[in-house]
Design a protein around this ligand. Structure first.
Ligand code: SAM
Ligand code: SF4
Ligand code: SF4
Length: 370
């Protein structure tokens, strides 16, 4: 993004990226496609998930994601012609599916701010064999749940960091009331979007007290709350290790009142560690991206709002697939280029996080897609 300050480059990461960039360009120039081959990266990880950021804008200013002092009135959000069109997104999604992707998540920024998002849902839902979902802050969900469902969306994840109104308003930092998000969750349920997952980022000193009330509120509801460790995404949120509430502490807190037992992950590569209430009241999850990195099984690529592919949430640079989409390139060439970067992928940021990596000029989560 244009406002990225110059910060210490990670020399080894850069060298790898340069050769991957080379491979990307060379593969795009070659006429051949990947012919249905499913690429694996240098750590033997397949490509199976794609997160698509449909807008870098948001109506919230969550303190851990888009702090107000950085994302203010003058922030240079992308102009409309820089955004991928829905048709471009659908084309690239089909190409990714040819390479092995079977799960697509629409995200952002706040995806429900993108006009006529239902139309994109319709285009993506028509691709055979994909599990299509969306992550939202829930502010506009009460209004849009039905249309999204009717367009083919199956399920939804809603971010909700506290039930206490004052804490929630302080976390979103735009004074948005929690009741409206709860209405959105109810509307999603009524529209048949299920199961609903609730994402709660826990930041020390801000909302640790929200853990138990969230667990109590959603127990027996069929919805699954996932508590997420606060991460050093981007470079604007002023992250410190001291602000992270470890997943193990979250589990201890809940287990003390509502006894839990660990259960198997649904599939290899699932980011949440699953726990169920011993009394049969459903399950919760914890996403321990800081204290128990799960890079080993990471099969996710991200597509930014302006059409760059990122192979890690903590990447500093992406690959410009929009130039290929808008150039005279055939699907087979684009497929080849994506396969080439995936084969060179070596990302494992969370496993090698240090004080220096935290300061790197990583792209913002709202742009790359959470
Ligand atoms: N605006 C939508 C929302 O909030 O659900 C979608 C985009 S948001 C970037 C996607 C997810 O990333 C949200 O669940 C949010 O809580 C999470 N997130 C954002 N910043 C984070 C951080 N610093 N650490 C951990 N999770 C974060
Ligand atoms: Fe917006 Fe989602 Fe980031 Fe909050 S977490 S600022 S809702 S993009
Ligand atoms: Fe995947 Fe990068 Fe996160 Fe590791 S740090 S789990 S490679 S996105």
């Amino acid at each position: 993004m244009s406002s990225t300050p110059k910060i210490i480059p990670l020399a080894d990461v850069r060298t790898a990226q340069l050769s991957a960039r080379d491979a990307f360009a060379r593969a795009a120039a070659s006429g051949d496609g990947a012919h249905g081959a499913r690429p694996v990266d240098t750590r033997n990880r397949p490509l199976s998930d794609l997160r698509i950021s449909v807008t870098d804008r948001c109506n919230f200013r969550c303190v851990y994601c888009m702090p107000k002092d950085v994302f203010g009135r003058d922030y240079p959000f992308l102009p409309h012609d820089e955004l991928l069109s829905f048709e471009e997104i659908a084309r690239i999604a089909r190409i990714f599916v040819g390479l092995g992707v079977h799960k697509i998540r629409l995200t952002g920024g706040e995806p429900l701010l993108r006009k006529r998002l239902e139309h994109l849902v319709e285009l993506l839902a028509a691709i055979p064999g994909i599990d299509l979902t969306l992550t939202t802050n829930g502010a506009l969900l009460a209004r849009k749940a039905r249309a999204l469902h009717d367009a083919g969306l199956k399920r939804v994840t809603v971010s909700l960091d506290a039930l206490d109104d004052a804490t929630f308003r302080a976390m979103n930092d735009v004074d948005f009331p929690v009741a409206r998000v709860l209405e959105g969750i109810d509307a999603a349920h009524a529209a048949g979007l299920a199961p609903i997952k609730i994402n709660a980022v826990i930041k020390r000193g801000m909302n640790e007290a929200a853990v138990l009330p969230l667990a109590r509120y959603f127990k027996d509801s069929g919805h699954i709350v996932r508590f997420i460790e606060y991460m050093d995404v981007g470079h604007t949120n002023g992250w410190r290790m001291d602000d992270v509430v470890p997943a193990a502490e979250i589990i201890r807190t809940i287990d003390a009142e509502l006894p839990l037992e660990a259960i198997e992950r649904n599939y290899s590569g699932e980011v949440a560690e699953r726990w169920r209430f011993r009394d049969g009241g459903g399950e919760i999850g914890v996403i321990a991206s800081v204290t128990q990195a799960f890079c080993r099984d990471c099969t996710r690529a991200r597509l930014s709002t302006d059409g760059k592919i990122f192979t890690c949430l903590f990447a500093t640079e992406g690959y410009d697939v929009r130039a290929l989409l808008r150039g005279d390139y055939r699907d087979a060439q684009i497929e080849n280029a994506i396969a080439a970067i995936w084969r060179q992928r070596a990302d494992r940021y969370s496993e090698i996080r240090t004080a220096n990596t935290v300061r790197a000029a990583k792209v913002e989560m709202s742009y790359i897609g959470g």
